[in-house]
Design a protein around this ligand. Structure first.
Ligand code: PRT
Ligand code: ZN
Length: 223
């Protein structure tokens, strides 16, 4: 198969990271003609195109070589590295991007007198991040049950399906609304630029270098 000569960047189609990611790319001098199905956007100036996908699919698309770069939460990238991505080419966090900040935290019901992770031994913890939670528990030698849920993790304690949760927290409002208390932080997250450890040794690699240079300029101005 002939290698592509255009660079592809994957980003979230519709969600918290969409607007700030598009804004950042625009400030890096990239503009796109939006296609009708809005899955693929053709780049107008530089030979750089956009793939608009679910955030969870972004690390896999980079690992498969469908795209060279992705804008995704560190939480999603690190979870991929610890689970399915263990089998594929390692991915790199090329730059932190300064938006989409949140943390992956342990939260427990108000009545749980939590002081340290060892108190989670023998308990069930609901999460959408079994890789990150499993690694954190292992590092602390805590044997707890991990209940993997795709969403609505915060209601698991009330439903009686878990004793604690491990979920993303930003303002803390969701936890309060569910009578939960944040007790430990596993990961400080923000949107990052992700890519392969080794960049393609052709024009696409040069384009990545160019983009990184522009990105550094934009980030420096913003700071
Ligand atoms: O459809 P797709 O799969 O692409 O979108 P998604 O629903 O999986 O993702 P989305 O748009 O909700 O989040 C994308 C990324 O934004 C996440 O992977 C994080 O990196 C980042 N981010 C930043 C957040 C939050 N803040 C956040 N608050 N992602 C989720 N939340 C949720 C959290 O899961 C919890 O339900 O918001 C709730 C907590 O918020 P507070 O403010 O009440 O604490
Ligand atoms: Zn998602």
């Amino acid at each position: 198969m002939k290698p592509r000569d255009r660079l592809r960047i994957a980003m979230q189609k519709s969600g918290r990271l969409t607007e700030p990611a598009l804004e950042l790319l625009k400030r890096c001098g990239l503009t796109f003609r939006q296609s009708r199905d809005k899955l693929f956007c053709f780049g107008e100036g530089e030979p750089v195109d956009l793939l608009l996908v679910r955030d969870d699919d972004i690390p896999g698309l980079i690992a498969q070589g469908v795209c060279e770069l992705g804008i995704v939460g560190r939480n999603v990238l690190d979870e991929f590295r610890l689970t399915v991505g263990r089998e594929s080419e390692p991915l790199a966090e090329l730059r932190p991007l300064g938006f989409g900040r949140c943390r992956l935290s342990i939260a427990v019901p108000q009545e749980f007198d939590y002081r340290e992770p060892t108190q989670l031994a023998g308990r069930r913890i609901a999460t959408s991040y079994p890789g990150l939670l499993g690694a954190w528990l292992r590092e602390r030698g805590v044997a707890a049950g991990v209940v993997t849920l795709a969403g609505s993790v915060e209601i698991a304690p009330k439903l009686g399906t878990a004793d604690a949760i491990c979920d993303l927290v930003q303002s803390g409002g969701t936890l309060v609304a569910n009578q939960l208390r944040e007790v430990d932080v596993l990961l400080e997250s923000e949107a990052v630029l992700a890519g392969p450890q080794a960049l393609p040794a052709d024009e696409r690699g040069d384009l990545v270098e160019l983009l990184l240079k522009r990105l550094d300029g934009v980030i420096q101005v913003r700071e």
